[in-house]
Structures are given as C-alpha cells and as structure tokens.
Design a protein around this ligand. Structure first.
Ligand SMILES: [Zn+2]
Length: 357
C-alpha cells in the first residue's frame, strides 16, 4: 500500500489520519529518520493535502490537479514556506526566519506563517536540514513554536533526535521514519528513472540499508570502496589515527576543488562512521544490527576485537555527531580530521569516554 508517491511509511500516514479524525493534530512536527527515506517528500505531500482546493472525500488525499496542488508542486503556493540550509552556509541563517536587517520581522518564515492564509486554508512551513539549526535560528522560531498561529502547521526535518536543540525537541511532536524495505528502494530507483537496469537497482537496494540516498551513493564505486576500507579500519581495536586521517584527507580532497564539495564528502564519511558506531552500540545492547553486508561485517569484527562495549560505541557516535557539526561550522579541515580520528582511536583503544576538554 502506498500514499501517492510515498512508499513504506503507512504507519506514519495512519498516525496523521487518526490525529486528523480526532481533530487532535499538533501544530509542530519534528520528522526524524535516516537520510534518503522520504521525509521531505512526505512533508510536501502533507502540505499538498492540506492546501488542496479540489473536491476530495479523504482529507489526506490531494486531488493533484487543482491550482493549489500545482502551486505546491512548483513551490509557488503563497501559503507554503519551505526553507533549507543554503549550500554556502554552515547553518540556516536567521534571515530565512525573520527577514534581513532592513526587513526584520517583515519577511521570512516566522513572519509569513503568522499571516492569515491567502487562499483560505492553512499556513504551512517546512524546515529542511533542521539538524543545522543553530541557537540563534532556534530563538527566532521559539515564539512561533510557543504560540502557533491558528491554522498553521510547521514541519522540521532532521536525521537524529540528538542533533536537535532541546528547545525545539520539547515543543514538537516527534514523528519517526524507519528505513525503507529493500523492494521499495529498488522500485523507487527504477520508477524515478535514477537507475535503468532493474537488476542493478535490486543489487544497490539490497546494500542500501533502506535509504534511497545510500543506494545512489553505492552507485558511486569509489565512495563505496572507500567506505569499506574505512569501516574495516574502525572496527579494529587499535588503529593508526595519523595514517587514517591522511587517507581520508586525500579522499576528501579528491571530491573537488570547492569547499562545499569537500565538506559534503567529509560529512558523508562521518555519517558512515556514525552509523557504524550506532550499529556497534545496538549489537552490544543485544539489538538487531541494521544495514548492508559491509556494515554488518564491520560491526561483527568490532564486537570481537574491541575491549569496550555499548558505552564506548556511544561515545564514538557522539564524537561523530560533534565532528559533523564542526564541519558545518567551517572548522579547519585537516585539524578537524586529525582530532576527530585521534579521539575515536583513543576511545576505542582505552574503552573509556574522553574527559571533557
Ligand atoms: Zn488539489
């Protein structure tokens, strides 16, 4: 069963359906889940359902062809505001929330969402990259979260709960998105024209750990091979931080000349490492290990080799999240890599979390 182009999130659709039937819909949602499972697509579909002006029997089914539906598709609907982190910035700048200096409180998402709906229905704000909301941005949002304008809906999209600021977390209803089934990933790859050969799509899907984005990354043979090398290294009890940081730095440099491309690759590699530690932690806690064969293999190796347990893995995961934030904050690449790997190797080897600096 699917909801329009949305596949694999029936329980989330049901959750919304029930809340709407009981008239108990929250005004702020925090969508949490791994990258590439369809959170943004889901948010857009929801926006369309709320703003649709066509005749419909099901409040969650947009007609798809009325002017409002078309405006949502084209991102030109006056009652829909979608913001995300600009490529050249480390955080979502506050201008996007409250307007630039000349237009403070007369522009931006917080201002627009406080206006009456133009077309009569709802005001909807979608904040992509909510992982990259800094304190300043969160402060701008606070008033909107505390006194949501009537008939408004705000959706924040992020990858993990730990990466959200407490002020945001405590004021949102958290909706969790699970990894997609293998078959769904394969279907999406072909039906969206991303991969031509269905057999190749099935192979990528089998290794994707339920993420469409991950499946596409796997289509990049260099990146995939590098990930395997890196995870094999991290799964050992004693590895050389200096040599691994050189290897990683060279691979990051190969991503391209411009800083955003390098940052993107570094974030990706830190994400791979973070996912590895998350699964090591799950394994140590007797939970099922999720993910593709390479990841499972690395996790098993870590369980056999590491002197520590779940707490060690949790400390490493925490360090990866911190490093990802530092990349976004434009920290010096070489230093950042060295410190990150040095900390990871120390935590792994000594099986004790580092003292706070
Ligand atoms: Zn419509």
């Amino acid at each position: 069963m699917s909801w329009g182009e949305i596949q694999g999130h029936d329980s989330v659709v049901e959750q919304f359906r029930r809340a709407m039937a009981r008239n108990r819909l929250a005004s702020t949602f925090l969508f949490i889940g791994p990258p590439g499972v369809g959170k943004r697509t889901f948010a857009m579909r929801l926006a369309k359902a709320f703003l649709c002006e066509g005749s419909k029997t099901d409040p969650l089914e947009p007609c798809g062809h009325c002017p409002a539906c078309q405006q949502v598709d084209a991102l030109t609907h006056p009652d829909l505001e979608v913001i995300s982190k600009p490529k050249d910035r480390s955080y979502i700048p506050i201008e996007l929330f409250i307007g630039d200096r000349e237009n403070r409180m007369r522009e931006g998402l917080c201002y627009r969402i406080s206006m009456k709906p133009y077309r009569g229905g709802y005001k909807i704000g979608i904040i992509d990259d909510a992982d990259l909301l800094n304190q300043e941005g969160a402060n701008c949002l606070l008033k909107t979260l505390e006194e949501p304008p009537p008939r408004s809906l705000l959706i924040l999209i992020g990858t993990s709960e730990q990466r959200q600021l407490p002020t945001i977390r405590s004021r949102s209803q958290i909706i969790r998105f699970r990894p997609l089934d293998e078959g769904i990933v394969a279907d999406l790859l072909v039906s969206r024209g991303l991969i031509d050969d269905p057999r190749h799509a099935a192979r990528l899907a089998a290794l994707s750990g339920g993420s469409l984005r991950r499946a596409l990354e796997l289509d990049d043979a260099d990146l995939d091979e590098f990930r395997q090398t890196m995870l094999a290294e991290l799964s050992q009890a004693d590895w050389d931080a200096v040599s691994l940081s050189k290897t990683i730095a060279a691979f990051v440099d190969a991503a391209g000349k411009d800083a955003p491309a390098k940052r993107e690759r570094m974030t990706q590699l830190m994400g791979f490492a973070g996912e590895f530690y998350r699964q090591v932690m799950r394994g140590f806690s007797d939970m099922t290990i999720e993910g593709d064969a390479i990841l499972q293999q690395a996790v098993t190796a870590a369980h056999n080799a590491w002197p520590g347990g779940a707490e060690t893995a949790a400390a490493c995961l925490e360090r990866c999240l911190e490093a990802q934030n530092q990349v976004q904050a434009n920290a010096n690449q070489a230093t950042l890599l060295e410190c990150w790997l040095d900390d990871l190797s120390t935590i792994t080897r000594t099986a004790s979390p580092l003292c706070p600096a």
